[in-house]
Ligand binder design. Structure first.
Ligand SMILES: Nc1ncnc2c1ncn2[C@@H]1O[C@H](COP(=O)(O)OP(=O)(O)OP(=O)(O)O)[C@@H](O)[C@H]1O
Length: 247
């Protein structure tokens, strides 16, 4: 099952294009999306989440196109998204927020409410279901966002910098959660953190100035690091090798 970007372009207002006729197919179990600040990673995920419409080209999941009314609802249910800044609906409890996401994705109120409990259990927030969502910590808020993607049975989940700003223990909880999700869901993660790259992901995409600079298996990516570089720093070395070529 793959997420397919076909000659996708996007620009904010009249500015220089952020994405320029980008072709990319993401069909692996766990894909990591890397790239410098401003490379267009969030924009790409926003398009895949059908939050942003491309100015040119299309994005599809299993052939479903969110721009077509026939497949829009099915696409939106199949593709889950955790944006960079999770913004809970003020005044709602944690469970109500999760159910609300399901409802926004086209589920009935009853189904969304019924499934929200299980989704919260899966992210280990069951005990906080009745708490007001503004009382959650940053790490808990992100887990609530993940529960929102589980409530509508996503087939692929897009995570935009999910562990930025988290303390090491929250980061570990998050990592375990993503590993758990991978048992039955594909994930695409945008991040600047390369430490766990070889253990977490089987595919790497490097975006730079709106273009795909590298796409391939993790091993192929790591092999770009200079010989002799310590094991734990190979991902950083490979990344620097690719990006430094442009400077
Ligand atoms: N709402 C917006 N209005 C105008 N320009 C924007 C907007 N959002 C992003 N941009 C610009 O689009 C470009 C790509 O931004 P984007 O957030 O997609 O990159 P990114 O790779 O996710 O960056 P980072 O790693 O810093 O999060 C940047 O130049 C950014 O300044």
């Amino acid at each position: 099952m793959s997420l397919q970007f076909n000659r996708c372009s996007f620009q904010y207002g009249r500015k220089v294009p952020v994405l320029d006729r980008l072709d990319l197919s993401i069909g692996h179990r766990a894909t990591v999306l890397l790239g410098p600040n401003g490379a267009g990673k969030s924009t790409l995920l926003g398009i895949a989440a059908s939050w942003i419409a491309p100015t040119e080209g299309t994005v599809t999941w299993r052939g479903m196109d969110p721009a077509r009314s026939k497949s829009q609802a099915a696409y939106r249910q199949a593709v889950g998204w955790l944006p960079q800044n999770v913004k809970p609906m003020p005044g709602l409890t944690v469970r109500e927020n999760v159910a609300y996401i399901g409802w926004l994705k086209g589920m009935s109120r009853t189904d969304a409410w019924d499934r929200s409990r299980d989704a919260l259990e899966r992210v280990k927030l069951g005990s906080l279901a009745d708490r007001k969502s503004h009382q959650l910590s940053g790490g808990q808020l992100r887990r609530m966002g993940i529960a929102g993607t589980l409530v509508h049975s996503s087939e692929v989940v897009l995570l935009d910098e999910p562990s930025a700003g988290l303390d090491p223990s929250q980061r570990q909880i998050f990592r375990d959660l993503v590993t758990h999700l991978l048992a039955d869901i594909q994930v695409v993660v945008s991040t600047h953190q390369t430490e766990d790259l070889d253990t977490m992901y089987d595919h790497v995409v490097i975006l730079d100035q709106g273009k795909v600079r590298f796409e391939g298996d993790t091993d192929a990516f790591l092999s770009l690091a200079a010989p002799g570089i310590p094991e734990g720093r190979r991902a950083e070395g490979a990344y620097t090798h690719l990006i430094a070529q442009e400077v």
